[in-house]
Write a protein that binds this ligand. Structure first.
Ligand code: COA
Length: 349
């Protein structure tokens, strides 16, 4: 059975840079607070009415496909990871497919938030290894800035997130020992509401949510979106930052070690760790815990913020473009986020 490899990679970030001081104009925050707690200096915001999660994904996908040395017609399966889709349904997978003219091939959307890319890579890996598909396009893209609370109430979440997209083409490789060595996926739904965007949704089914969110007391029907959600401005993501932080610094090292142990390797064997860019403080904590040098970890959250499903492919692509990921390198991808879900992938580049 051949291994699967990343044959092409690309990323796209919107031009518009938004600094911490720009945010401090609309909410009670400061450059100092944001940099100290998250490491973020600026992030990109997509152009409303011009760009979407899908169009950003398309831009990243075009680069990945070209670098894989194939054309759109060669793609035989699409996986799209996002938490900020253009539509509630259908997913961005079919929208990207329509834009790129790959009609007829399967398109799968996955909703695993910050670990969406690692989950997607694992799915692509299984499909390619099994021989079912030869060119899987995996895209992670987010348009967070459309759905954040820019009042002071939302500041703990809003300052963290940015927009952008990354994409890879996964293909079989005949090279012995090369490509995706293993992937490891985990989840614990106990913490589902600790980092969540719950409205609009169908959770009227939960009795305690009926009054709180103003779901109408009708025998049939209702709506995912209620007037009360609008009136209470209860339409934004919420996060218990400290709970997320605590769990992240435990699960990142755990799942990285799981990948290494599966392959009989040690932290010192890693040439490049590309962690999901959740928060620079989390990455630094993980680096210290794993006793990795600065040149073994790629961080770019300072420039782009946390771009959820797009963060790993953006960071991996940047590292590769700058020559920090080279042929034969051992690359480890690791993610943690809402769900909670977490995962890792070990790749011999
Ligand atoms: N600017 C200024 N003050 C802010 C703020 C902001 N953007 N966000 C929160 N605060 C305030 C709070 O209101 C609170 O004020 P109070 O003490 O007067 O009540 C104070 O800062 C401390 O809030 P707290 O939430 O305890 O801060 P923290 O030290 O936990 O830092 C996070 C907040 C979000 C930076 C931190 O919890 C974190 O990084 N968590 C992980 C988040 C993450 O990685 N998410 C992505 C996961 S994929």
């Amino acid at each position: 059975m051949p291994n699967a490899k990343i044959a092409g990679i690309g990323y796209y970030v919107p031009e518009n840079k938004v600094t911490n001081n720009d945010l401090a104009r609309v909410m009670d925050t400061s450059d100092e607070w944001i940099q100290e707690r998250t490491g973020i200096v600026e992030r990109r915001y997509a152009k409303k009415h011009e760009e979407s999660t899908t169009t950003m994904g398309v831009e990243a996908a075009k680069i990945a496909i070209e670098r894989a040395g194939i054309t759109n017609e060669d793609i035989d399966f699409i996986i799209f990871a996002t938490l900020s889709p253009d539509y509630y349904f259908p997913g961005c997978g079919v929208l990207l497919q329509r834009e790129m003219g790959m009609l007829g091939v399967g398109a799968l959307d996955i909703r695993n938030q910050c670990s969406g890319f690692v989950y997607g890579l694992s799915i692509a890996d299984q499909f390619v290894k099994s021989g079912m598909y030869k060119n899987v396009l995996l895209v992670g893209s987010e348009f967070h800035s459309m759905g954040l609370d820019f009042s002071t109430r939302g500041r703990n979440v809003t300052v963290i997130f940015g927009d952008g997209a990354g994409a890879v083409v996964v293909q079989p490789t005949e090279e012995e020992g090369k490509g995706i060595l293993s992937t490891h996926l985990h989840a614990d739904g106990t913490y589902a509401e600790k980092l969540a965007y719950i409205n609009p949704g169908s959770h009227a089914g939960k009795w305690e949510d009926k009054e709180r969110f103003g779901y109408p007391d009708v025998e049939f029907g209702g709506a995912f979106l209620t007037q009360k959600m609008w009136d209470d401005e209860d339409l934004f993501p919420n996060m218990e930052g400290q709970a997320v932080f605590k769990m992240a610094v435990q699960k990142f090292p755990e799942v990285i070690m799981e990948a290494l142990q599966t392959n009989g390797l040690q932290p010192e064997d890693i040439d490049m760790l590309v962690p999901h860019q959740a928060n620079l403080r989390i990455s630094q904590f993980v680096q210290r815990r794993m006793k990795l040098r600065d040149d073994q970890v790629w961080n770019n959250i300072q420039k782009f913020g946390n771009t959820t499903a797009a963060s790993i492919p953006i960071a991996l692509c940047e590292a590769w473009e700058q020559g920090a990921v080279k042929d034969g390198d051992l690359v480890c991808l690791a993610a943690f986020g809402s769900g909670f879900t977490w995962g890792s992938a070990l790749i011999r580049w």
